[in-house]
Each structure stands twice: as structure tokens, then as C-alpha cells.
Design a protein around this ligand. Sequence first.
Ligand code: F3S
Ligand code: F3S
Length: 529
Amino acid sequence: MAYVITQNCCKDASCVPVCPVECIRPVGDAGSFTGTEMLYIEPDVCIDCGACQEECPVGAIYPEDELPPEQERFREINARYFEANPLKPDDSHHGSPHTAVKAGSLRVAIVGAGPAGCYAADELIRIKGVEVALYERLPVPYGLVRYGVAPDHQHTKAITSLFGEALSNSRLHCYFNVTVGDGISHDELMAHHHAVIYSVGAAKSRELGIPGETLPGHYAAADFVGWYNGHPDHAGDRFDLTGERAVIIGNGNVSLDIARILVSPRAALAATDIAEHALEALGDSNIREVVVLARRGARHAAFSIGEFMALGSLPGVDVIIEADDLEAGPDDDIETVIKLELAREYANRQPTPGNKRIVFRFLAAPEEIIGDGRVSGIRVAGGDVIETSLILRSTGYLGSAIADLPFDEAAGTVPNDRGRVLDDAGQPIPGVYVTGWIKRGPRGVIGTNRSCAEQTVARLWEDFDAGALASDAGEREALDGLLAQRGLTPVGWREWTAIDEAERARGAESERPRVKFVNVADMLAEIPS
Ligand code: F3S
Ligand code: F3S
């Protein structure tokens, strides 16, 4: 028997160091990108100890004889990964050079409580003596885990229990509901901490640069995702779901999330923590077909195997593949080979009359959004026009400039060397770091941020050891006083817990994981005075 990693894997990699026989791959040095969508277990080497399963925060690992039916295929996928990539010794070693520092000698502010910031906080707070202040614009933490991960992927959201352990540490102070750059400046943060790490993500959507893209009916996928996930910035958005067809531009996992949500029956959505307004609107939706457009061919598909495979077992939904070139070539990696196999399987299935459809169109770059006053269709490469009243573009994100920090407009990132922020002359700015999408661009899955944070925090430790950080930093109490003077009321861990419990209680009434508050005032109203 062996253990098997399955669809839910988000590359958190907590499983890797606990494996006594080092049979989980690929692994890389901190901050390196291993390129694969997930990690795999070498079945011939695994000794069934179960340690990895206990460690995985999202429940992605199963003993092979307990695999849920829809995950069965991952037994073969794990094995095939190692046929193509035989196991080699792991010589990557992560971790801080310290186990403890003198109390008060390292106080770090982290700006942004999404997965990147939470992994950085987790990495730092495990060292005794370190203090962390975690800043977040909203009164609630977890960023894209709460507002980006699809509501029907609750297992992925389970990563918050790992983050919660770090965030509830008595040496970690949450300053949610405080906007750095507005309520408090970068210089003020620097004056009260030895180091500041920005983990603010990349929230802007790339534009298409084609005619018609300002027509109503065409939106950024990120807005739609924020809307169905109850993000306060998008709670008031409206999307026209009266047509029978929606078109999604781009074929990454976000596109597949949206496609799935659009064709899911109300009852399935009602079991999730989808926002109430979205549940109502999607329950009344007329959409029966979602067309997913890709600029390139099927072998370059951006979605992952697990998400693509899961579409095939959605009840009442056919997956239609519109592409001819589905054969793998000798240069294709094993993940591409498996994706093409799946695509061929879908292409050979007979559609079921009356089913909804998710249609994958490849080599179909968008050329023009068509409509008179609002979207009525989209013209794609080859001249075809697809009629639709709803177009969502999911073609990548861009970071926004951070006040008082250098910024690379073209890349949408803060210039940095493995996390150290660089000035215009390319020199590190002492004590200022970045991690997550604002550091490396919008790539990777949730767990990719762990390795990214390890890399940044390793630089911070190097600078700490080299005496490159400010030796004196104002006291936390002084900063608290400044915030109070400005009428800012930070939401701390305990206050967030009250909001969390209230949401869960609302959910329990209707057997849902939670019912989110979708505006800030309602969140704050749950905090006991
Ligand atoms: Fe490992 Fe993936 Fe879980 S890397 S810890 S199986 S999320
Ligand atoms: Fe196998 Fe996981 Fe143990 S891979 S050896 S069961 S840590």
C-alpha cells in the first residue's frame, strides 16, 4: 500500500519534511518554482507511515485503499509522475537559523493577511522572541483563501486552521481594519518595527486591449469571483445572468471555478459559503452553457489536472472539447500528457440531451467584443462570433504600486531580490521586504506562498544577523496610541474570532459552513464592545 496525493493539493508542502523516506516530490529550495501543479508520492518508496496525511492542512492525502472514487485516478497519476521523474535525493533544506532571539529584538510588521502574509507570519512567529504585527485593510483575514478560493472548495479553505495557529499566537498582534498607506504610513511602520514585509497581493486585472472591452456585460473575472465570495468591494456588483451562454476568456483554474459555479445547481451552491446575494442570483440564472476560450492549443492549457478532471463528474453537465490536436508529443511533460488524455476522453463522450455544457475552445484568441450599448457577442480568431451577454476575462492579475515603495509598472510587482525590496539603483532598502504575488507576480497556488515566504524570511534573518536592520524601533504601545489618535479601531484576533463565530452560527442555521457578512459595518457590528 502507499499514500496518494490528490486533487486538493495546494502545494503547501507541510507533508515533505515529515516523510521519513523522503518520497514526496518535487521539492525545491525556498522560493524556487518546481513547475508542477501539485506534489506526488512515490508509491514504491512510501512506507505507509501516515505522517504526511496528518500534516496536510487541506486533506489532500489518502491511503490508496481509502481513496474516494472520484480521486481514484490519482493513484495512477502519482505513480506516473515518478515513471517520468525518477526519485532523486532531496538536498533542499529550509528553515530559520534561529530557534529564539532576545525578546523585543525583532519586531516585524506584515502588511496583508492573505496566504502570503500568513505564511510569512507563521515562518517568523515560530521563533521565540519574535513579535509580528499583521496589518490588513479589511476586518477579516485570509485574503484570497476567503475571497478567491471557490466556495465549493472548502477543503482548500481548511488551510486557515494552519494560519489560525500562527495568528492566535500571543506574540502576534492583528491590526485588521487598518489600511497601510492611508491610516498609517510606510515611514510610521518602519519607525515602529525592525522590518516590514509587504504581502498585498495583486488585485488588478489585466486588460485585453481589444475593441469593445468597455461594453457593459464584460467584466474582470476577479470581480465576479469577489462577488460570489462576498468581498465587500464587490457585494454591490450586478451580473446579467439572463442569457443562456456565458463566455470566459482564459483557461486557468479561476476560469474553471467560474464555469463550475455558473452551471452548478442552486442546491449544490447552497451547501457552500457562497455569498447570499450570489446564491439568489445564480439560483435564478438562465445560463446553460459556458464557453471557455483559450488563445493557445490544448497542450498549453493553464488549468490543472485535478480541476479539469473534476468537471467530468459534475452531475448534469457535459464537458465539450473543441480542438483537433489532442495527442501528446514526446516533449510533453507528464502533467500535459495526462491533461491531453482527459481531453480525449471528454471529446469521445456522447453529450446527454438536456445537460448543461462547459465548452473548451482552443486557438480562439478574442479579437473583438461586440454589442450595441452592451455585450451581445465576441469575435474570436478565425472570425467566428460567439453570441453571449456575459463575458468574464480571466487573463491574469497585476499588482498595484505601494505608497513610498519602488514599483515596476510593466510587471506589476515591487522590484526585489528574493524578497529584499530594491531601490531605483538596484540596492536593497534596509528592512523592507515583499512576499507573495506583489513579489513574484500572480503565479502559483496557495501553498506556493509558503516557499515564497520562506525565501523572504530567510533574507530577513540574514539581514538581522548582519546587523542591517534598524536597532531601535518605537514601542508597539506608541503605535497603538497613534492609531487611536487617528480614530482607527484595529480588529484584533479576538474580535475577528467574534465575527468568525457569528458567520458560522448564521451558516449553522441552514447547514452551511458559514454565511459571510459582505459589508464592513456588519462585520464590525459583531464585535462585542
Ligand atoms: Fe502536501 Fe499538497 Fe498537502 S504538498 S501538505 S499534499 S497540500
Ligand atoms: Fe508515505 Fe507519507 Fe509516510 S509518503 S512514507 S505515508 S509520510
